[in-house]
Design a protein around this ligand. Structure first.
Ligand code: SAH
Length: 207
């Protein structure tokens, strides 16, 4: 998989090492396990999907590149949309602390079960609506949203440390584009639209 990720343009050695360290087959159904190392999104139940490895690696790379390698183990990242917990595990291998929020209780619990054997003391799973962020753990050195909404909640923008980055797919009337937000001042958030992506929808509340 790492070979394919290098070919796809991933350069950061910390991200490549983390992708290599997390066994993706542990996060999907046995029936799909033979496809675990293909660069495809796969169903994880409840109408949700595990993201493509190249998408996970590229998004995490964009978030860590501005953080000096020596600082990464002090950095705290927020993930919205735990799903099966795969990306959360990769984040925990890159950042010092990870808070990951999921709104579907059954997935939150499945992620907990999937992650148990990996024993990641720096990863905290939270059941709730991730659009509200995690105010008690804020500010974050990076925020990654794994589901597409029609905007980025103010709660997430104000929980960004200064400076920091947030990545979120935004639905623009049926087409999704990945957006990068860079908080460069107390009241300055710079928005850059990146390429077309496909994520499941960001939904309000919990279930
Ligand atoms: N990070 C996952 C991707 C999961 S798919 C991976 O490693 O592959 C996106 C997830 O976002 C789904 O599980 C969905 O239930 C969740 N989600 C959607 N809206 C949400 C919200 N408001 N708060 C938290 N999670 C949300």
């Amino acid at each position: 998989m790492v070979h394919a990720l290098r070919a796809a343009g991933i350069r950061d050695e910390g991200v490549l090492t983390a992708m290599n360290a997390v066994p993706r087959h542990l996060f999907i159904d046995a029936g799909l396990a033979s496809r675990a190392y293909e660069d495809v999104a796969l169903p994880i139940g409840h109408g949700q999907t595990i993201s493509k490895p190249s998408t996970v690696a590229r998004m995490i790379e964009m978030l860590v590149v501005p953080i000096a390698p020596a600082q990464r183990r002090q950095a705290c990242v927020l993930e919205v949309g735990t799903g099966c917990g795969y990306q959360a595990a990769v984040l925990a291998a890159v950042f010092g602390e990870v808070i990951s929020i999921e709104r579907v209780r059954a997935l939150h619990e499945a992620a907990r079960a999937n992650l148990r054997a990996m024993r990641l003391p720096n990863l905290r799973l939270v059941f709730g609506d991730g659009r509200l962020g995690a105010p008690t753990a804020a500010p974050f050195d990076a925020i990654i949203v794994a589901a597409a909404g029609d905007s980025i909640a103010d709660e997430l923008l104000t929980q960004m440390r200064l400076p920091s980055r947030l990545l979120a797919p935004i639905d623009e009337g049926g087409r999704q584009a990945l957006h990068l937000v860079e908080r460069t001042g107390r009241d300055v958030w710079q928005l850059t639209k990146l390429d077309t992506v496909r994520f499941v929808p960001l939904r309000p509340g919990t279930t």
